[in-house]
Design a protein around this ligand. Sequence first.
Ligand code: ADP
Ligand code: DP6
Ligand code: CO
Length: 331
Amino acid sequence: MKATARAHTNIALIKYWGKRDEKLFLPMNNSLSITLDAFYTTTSVEFCTCLKKDIFLLNGNIMGEAETNKMTRFLDLIRKMSGSTLYGVVDSINTVPTAAGFASSASGFAALAAASTKALKMEINDDILSQIARQGSGSACRSIHGGYVEWEKGEQLDGSDSFGKQILTENEWDLSILSVLVEPNEKKVLSREGMKRTVDTSPFYTGWLETVDDDLTVAKQAIYDRDFETLGNVLERNALKMHATTLGANPPFMYWTSATVAVMQKVQELRDNGISAYYTIDAGPNVKVLCQPEDENSVREKLMTLSVVQEIYHCHPGPGITYLPNTNRKT
Ligand code: ADP
Ligand code: DP6
Ligand code: CO
C-alpha cells in the first residue's frame, strides 16, 4: 500500500490563467509548457488501516490544518475513484522553492497523483493520471509528461478531455531555461486566488482571452519548427499580457518586485546587444530566462552582474513521471 513517485516542475510558455470550473480545475484556455530537469518533487504515499486521518509531511515538517485539508480533499478524489476508505501518510520533498512561482504545485500534485494511485494499485493510463493531477493543481496535469506539453482545455463538462499531451519529448529540442532567483519567500497571492480575482474583476481579462489562442498556435508551430526567435517573442508577449491582467483586478495586485523588473530589463539589453534571450514569469517575482544552449554561459554571466540576483539555476527540458523504490525516512 506504499509507492514513491517523482515529478518535475514545468514552466509555462503560454500561460494557464483562469478557470471556467473551479471545482474540476477546468481552464479557460489551452496552455503550453516545458517540463524542467532541475526542479522536482519526490513523494511517498502509504495507505494504512492504522490511520484515523491523513498526515502530510512537506520537507520533513508536519503540515498544519489548512495544508492537510487540501491534501485530504485530493486524496478523497483518489479514494472515491478506487473505492478505498483508507487514510494515508504523504511524505513529500520539494527540490524546488515552495510557493515562490517555481511551480511547486505542479510537481507536488503530479508526484502525489502518481504515488497515491500506484499505492492503491489503480490501473490508469497517463491521460487519466493527468486528469487526476489537474484536480490538485491545474499546472500539475502538464508535469505528467516530459519535454514540451500542451494542456488542452477540453469541451466536456466532466473534464474527461482536459489533460496534458506531449508535443515533443525532452530529447527532441534542447533549450536552456535559466531560473533566476530574486526572492525565495512564499508569495502573498497564491496562483489560485490571483487568477480567480483576475477572472472575476479585471476588465483586461477579455483581452487575454481574445489573444491567447493565437499565441498558442504561434508558439506550437515555432516548437515544431525549432524556431527559437519566434517562440521567444511570443512567450515573452504572453507572459507580459498575463501579468497586465492583474493590474486591472480589484483590488489590483502585481507579482513583480523591482528586482523582477531589473532582470527583465537586463534581458532586453542582452537582446539589444545581439544575444538571443527571452523571459517569462509565473505567479511570483522570480524570472525564467530562455536562451539557446550555446548562449547559456554568456547569458548567465551577464545576469549575475545584477546585485538583485541571488542564484541562477540552469534547467533544460526534463522527464515526465518516474516511479522510485520506497525508502524509509530516517528522521
Ligand atoms: P507555486 O508557484 O510554487 O506553484 P502555488 O501558489 O501555485 O505556487 O502553489 C503553492 C501550493 O502548492 C502550496 O501552498 C501547497 O499547497 C502546494 N504544494 C507545494 N508543494 C507541494 C507538494 N510537494 N505536495 C503537495 N502540495 C504541494
Ligand atoms: C501563472 O496551477 O498553480 O503559473 O490550478 O489554482 O493550483 P491552481 O493554479 P496553478 O497556476 C499556475 C499559473 C501560472 C501559469 C501556468 O503555470 O500555466
Ligand atoms: Co502553482
